[in-house]
Design a protein around this ligand. Structure first.
Ligand code: SAM
Ligand code: DTB
Ligand code: SF4
Length: 328
């Protein structure tokens, strides 16, 4: 798989006529993935609010005026109960998120117990806890964590407009620790934060030129939360919502440049029409978050998703099924 893409090449994909881009992305998609299978993932916020980081999009930042109450880390039993419900509702993957800059040593045992318990249910496991040291990555990996989510979020140039308390390089370092531990990397970002097309090019370029492609690439559309820097700054402006076609283009270019990765249609789906979501699947998205809630914001809900799958003839991927079909 190519990891030497240039920005010019990635920019050229974005500039293709829309139908040519979709055709190319879907052709790549069919070569590496089962086209009508979409993975259902469930998210659980295992530690909500009060985060010391200043990510401008995030409702959980202590800098945001969202009125969200800071909570403690959930009990292992409650997490496992929630995972069992996710499994019963057809999810193949369970992703646990914590509003931390990084996990504390005192929490590591409980986190590892959660991972082992969720894994024992036959679910794919993912966590997103902030920055990790090499040792923490090793421990989570040994406990059975399949994926670790840590996003680059945007282009290196736009990054400083969004977050000041953690550098791009620190993010790259955490991704290196995750990769070295043998866990799969889940790394993506957000579009619709007022960035330019060139920033979206730079963002996908950063992902597609990592030492290995992230095995999982979440593409989020900003959920503008009132009280957050970006939610308030963009409210009422033409930038308040990413253009649907531009969003689909971003998914398509992710698919073409990272052919084997799972491309996840993540936050922001609640405000997308069924047709836009269908175009995202055509462009190569093959995973969604299901359920009524993401971490703190609303989501389309299992009923709406079941109806959409029925309409489109999509089948949820089972956790036993290999996510990727054999490539030639
Ligand atoms: N605290 C951890 C961290 O940031 O590494 C994990 C949780 S954080 C909520 C995970 C990701 O969710 C962020 O990197 C960001 O890409 C995405 N996210 C957070 N708030 C969002 C929003 N309002 N709209 C879209 N995506 C969002
Ligand atoms: C990711 O890139 N998207 C998911 C997951 N990683 C953890 C989270 C989306 C969060 C949306 C905002 C919220 O619900 O607070
Ligand atoms: Fe904290 Fe993660 Fe939100 Fe940033 S995105 S404020 S690190 S919870």
């Amino acid at each position: 798989m190519r990891t030497d893409w240039t920005r010019a090449e990635i920019g050229a994909f974005f500039n293709l006529p829309f139908l040519d881009l979709l055709y190319q992305a879907h052709t790549v998609h069919r070569r590496y993935h089962a086209p009508n299978h979409v993975q259902l993932s469930t998210l659980l916020s295992i530690k909500t609010g009060g985060c010391p980081e200043d990510c401008g999009y995030c409702s959980q930042s202590a800098f945001a005026k969202t009125g969200l109450k800071a909570e403690k880390l959930m009990d292992v039993e409650a997490v496992l109960q929630s995972a069992a419900e996710a499994k019963a509702n057809g999810s193949g993957r369970f992703c646990m998120g914590a509003a931390w800059r990084e996990p504390k040593e005192r929490d590591m045992d409980a986190l590892c117990t959660m991972v082992a318990g969720v894994k024992a249910m036959g679910l794919e496991t993912c966590m997103t806890l902030g920055m990790l040291t090499g040792d923490q990555a090793e421990r989570l990996s040994a406990a059975g964590l399949d994926y670790y989510n840590h996003n680059l979020d945007t282009s290196p140039e736009h990054y400083g407009e969004v977050i000041t308390t953690r550098t791009y390089q620190e993010r790259l370092d955490t991704l290196g620790h995750v990769r070295a531990s043998g866990m799969a990397v889940c790394c993506g970002g957000i579009v619709g934060m007022g960035e330019s097309r060139e920033d979206r090019v730079g963002f996908l370029h950063a992902l597609a030129t990592l030492p290995e492609h992230p095995q999982s690439v979440p593409i989020n559309a900003l959920v503008p939360v009132p009280g957050t820097v970006l939610g308030d700054m963009l409210a009422g402006t033409p930038l308040a919502k990413i253009d649907d076609i531009e969003f689909v283009r971003t998914v398509a270019v992710a698919r073409i440049t990272m052919p084997r990765s799972m491309v996840r249609l993540s936050a922001g789906r609640e405000s997308m029409s069924e047709s836009t979501q269908a175009l995202c699947f055509l462009a190569g998205a093959n995973s969604i978050f299901t359920g009524d809630k993401l971490l703190t914001t609303g989501n389309a809900g299992a009923g709406a998703d079941a109806a959409l799958f029925e309409k489109l003839g999509l089948v949820p991927m089972t956790s036993e099924e290999p996510a990727r079909v054999a490539a030639e």
